[in-house]
Ligand binder design. Structure first.
Ligand code: PEP
Length: 294
């Protein structure tokens, strides 16, 4: 199976539908990603009163006077998400979103995308995981950044017990923006594959690093999905832009990930057809009538 690429828009649309649609169009037509992903939060449910009413910790990235107002500014409602999903479908790319609370999980399940994602931040929110397990038929993708190994086991056990583990895709992830290469710890992909590969559908990689070299290593380690943040301009205001790929980076990621994925196989026959041509032409063989060197 070829690796698939998720262009994670998250909140990089800056609260504007026109930018969200432009990101979808570029991801579909130019970069040829498989999925465009957004985020859905119910901020009143997710944040405490105090968090909601306190100013954003980094005023340079704030879109509102309080953290709550900032988050609301970046939020699309269910109908807007439906519009984005329809737009994705019209361009032949899958729509998805991550869900951050039970209300959002219920709301987004009604849109019935092929997959919904649980961000690292919310992977211990078992009530929300239960909503996905019970009310959503598609694949449940779940990131494992900032998660202990005991917590990982708890999460996988939860889905094994409710019979949904074979619909779960687990993402190796280091939560940081951006992540230095020596914090990427790509061999976690191998550890997760060895530990949970038989229990869940597959193992994937969610990256917040610079460039696309590490993604190629992740593909070589056997991941089924690569998720990367995507923006039109890395200098835009907001937390995720700097750790995002721009259109050309996403285009190269999709192209190269598919190339590496296609190359990652054993020879199906000892001499491949492409080699047979060269073998007939070039391969040294003893020649029965050759003149022996003196
Ligand atoms: C934050 C997200 O994911 P991750 O934990 O993989 O970065 C997300 O999907 O919204």
């Amino acid at each position: 199976m070829s690796v698939k690429v998720i262009a994670e828009v998250g909140c990089n649309h800056k609260g504007e539908m026109s930018i969200a649609k432009e990101l979808i169009k570029v991801a579909a037509d130019y970069a040829k990603a498989d999925v465009v992903k957004f985020q859905k939060r119910n901020n009143r449910e997710l944040l405490t009163e105090q968090q909601y009413n306190t100013p954003h910790p980094n005023p340079a990235n704030a879109y509102g006077d309080t953290y709550g107002a900032h988050r609301e500014y970046l939020e699309f409602n269910v109908e807007q998400h439906r519009e984005l999903k329809d737009y994705c479908e019209s361009l032949g790319i899958e729509y998805s979103t991550s869900v951050w609370d039970t209300t959002s999980a219920r709301e987004m399940a009604t849109l019935a995308p092929k997959l919904l994602k649980v961000p690292s931040a919310c992977n211990l929110h078992f009530e929300m995981l239960g909503v996905l397990a019970n009310d959503f038929d598609g694949e449940i993708h779940l990131s494992l950044g900032m998660t202990t190994q005991a917590e990982e086991e708890q999460i996988v056990d939860f889905f094994v017990k409710n019979g949904r583990a074979k619909d779960v895709v687990l993402y190796a992830c280091t939560s940081g923006y951006p992540v230095a290469f020596d914090d990427l710890c790509l061999l976690e992909i191998t550890r997760l594959t060895e530990k949970f590969g038989e229990s869940v559908k597959s193992i994937a990689f969610s990256g917040h690093h610079l460039g696309i070299a590490a993604d190629m290593a992740a593909v070589a380690l056997g991941v089924s999905w690569i998720e990367r943040h995507f923006t039109l301009d890395r200098t835009w205001k907001g937390t995720d832009h700097a750790a995002s790929l721009e259109p050309d980076g996403l285009r190269r990621l999709s192209r190269d990930a598919r190339a590496v994925s296609a190359a990652l196989r054993y020879k199906s026959t000892e001499i491949l057809p492409v080699e047979q041509v060269q073998r007939d032409k070039l391969k040294w063989r003893p020649k029965p009538n050759a003149v022996k060197a003196a």
